[in-house]
Design a protein around this ligand. Structure first.
Ligand SMILES: CC(C)(COP(=O)(O)OP(=O)(O)OC[C@H]1O[C@@H](n2cnc3c(N)ncnc32)[C@H](O)[C@@H]1OP(=O)(O)O)[C@@H](O)C(=O)NCCC(=O)NCCS
Length: 387
């Protein structure tokens, strides 16, 4: 069958149900029920052979925090091709065209959770940040009862929660600028009661937690949690410890250097789930200019960059970093040689340029590698959500 007969495009409302059925079947148990409907058909693209839809994917226009700035990011979700249409390049047509579409839409980067890393590497995505789920018993969360107050609040009073989340996201890398598509799920899912508490230090809110109690086990599943300082982390530990007569275990998604985990008396937290997400640089100039950089670094770096799928990005680019900003211009200076897969983990602060060299994805002198590592240094990137 000919690859060139495959076409890419949006779907109509009428086509949505059958495409989503194909995607739910493809993703098997890995799909969250109702997720595609929640995302909305306008966000979906299909690959067709003649008029028959073989598969599709969604692109959600979100943001991601890097270096204190929000960078617009195309979050790729629900990639699926019907089993009878596999192996003829349907996913390739979807991915290549979606990259071109995101470039046209001026989206600088794209992010996804892969079920196969290999599939996405073919299109310039690379592992670029972590998702961790921690699990422990609440009895291990013993902590002194401090002065901070934990107050139950209505999840629909969203403003305070948004502000606290953003304050932490600004100091992290990779966290999503969620948008209503993700906030609605966290704050207003139907079914089991969602408990939402704000932690107050006097008049000032310093954290929150949002969780459900599992019906099938004596387990607390934290859906979202922010502790802006150590007193708040300590207060939340104690809050969960105070559930110990009936609750056995607790799990939450957190950063690699999770303050709750690090504050606990003993090292009894296990990593119940660990998966890297992947990132693709869609527009090199926009991507580099829209993230933030460490304020005290003044430096210049040249990239000899080759992007076979989006050739508009190829060329020699010089980055000047000063006062937390990066400016990019075309040049003909010597520099590091890399492509989209080499740039992705550097861009997110996931790997140093030396680590990336060890993966065979970047070449250059030790001085240039050291400079690149410094410019893109920052907190280890993480995402707590799933999409
Ligand atoms: C993964 C999937 C989307 C691939 O679709 P497809 O149309 O058969 O893929 P293509 O023929 O376009 O191949 C695209 C690339 O992925 C590779 N690939 C395809 N299926 C793969 C698999 N199961 N494992 C690893 N690599 C695979 C191909 O070799 C090709 O890479 P190459 O260009 O370097 O050779 C499809 O098998 C599927 O829907 N699987 C179930 C759902 C799923 O895993 N979705 C991804 C969610 S993140």
């Amino acid at each position: 069958m000919s690859y060139s007969k495959l076409t890419y495009g949006p779907i109509t409302k009428k086509e949505a149900e059958s495409l989503w059925e194909t995607i739910y079947q493809s993703l098997h148990r890995h799909a969250q029920p109702g997720w595609n409907e929640h995302v909305g058909y306008e966000q979906f693209r299909a690959v067709r052979l003649k008029n028959k839809i073989l598969g599709g994917m969604g692109i959600i226009d979100l943001g991601q925090w890097f270096g204190g700035n929000i960078v617009r990011s195309g979050a790729v979700t629900s990639v699926g091709v019907a089993p009878e249409g596999r192996g003829i390049g349907a996913a390739s047509v979807l991915l290549k065209n979606s990259l071109a579409e995101m470039y046209e839409l001026a989206i600088p980067i794209s992010t996804l959770f892969p079920s196969s890393t290999r599939v996405y590497r073919s299109f310039g995505y690379e592992r670029a940040g972590t998702k961790f789920t921690y699990e422990t018993t609440v009895k291990e969360m013993k902590a002194p009862l401090n002065e901070l107050e934990v107050i139950e609040s209505n999840p629909s009073e969203r403003e305070e929660t948004y502000l606290l989340y953003n304050e932490r996201a600004k100091l992290s890398n990779g966290n999503l600028d969620r948008g209503s598509v993700l906030w609605d799920l966290i704050l207003e899912t139907q079914g089991r009661k969602i408990f939402h508490y704000i932690v107050m230090d006097g008049e000032k809110a310093v954290g929150y937690v949002n969780f459900q109690q599992a019906r099938s086990a004596d387990h607390i599943r934290v859906r979202d949690m922010v502790a802006l300082n150590s007193e708040c982390a300590e207060r939340l530990l104690r809050f969960f410890y105070d559930h110990r007569t009936v609750i056995d275990t607790i799990s939450w998604n957190g950063p690699p250097n999770d303050p709750m985990r690090l504050l606990m008396e003993e090292q009894e937290v296990k990593i119940a789930y660990s998966r890297d997400w992947m990132l693709r640089i869609i527009d090199i100039k926009k991507a580099i200019e829209s993230r933030g950089y460490p304020k005290d670094i003044q430096s210049t770096l040249t990239l000899n960059y080759e992007d076979p799928i989006l050739p508009q990005n190829s060329g020699t680019w010089t980055i000047e970093v000063s006062e937390g900003k990066g400016t990019v211009s075309k040049s003909n200076l010597p520099g590091l040689t890399l492509g989209p897969r080499g740039l992705a983990p550097l861009y997110t602060s996931y790997l140093s340029a030396f680590d990336i060299k060890n993966m065979g994805l970047i070449e250059g002198s030790s001085d240039e590698l050291a400079r690149a590592s410094l410019i893109f240094s920052g907190p280890k990137p993480w995402i707590g959500d799933q999409f």
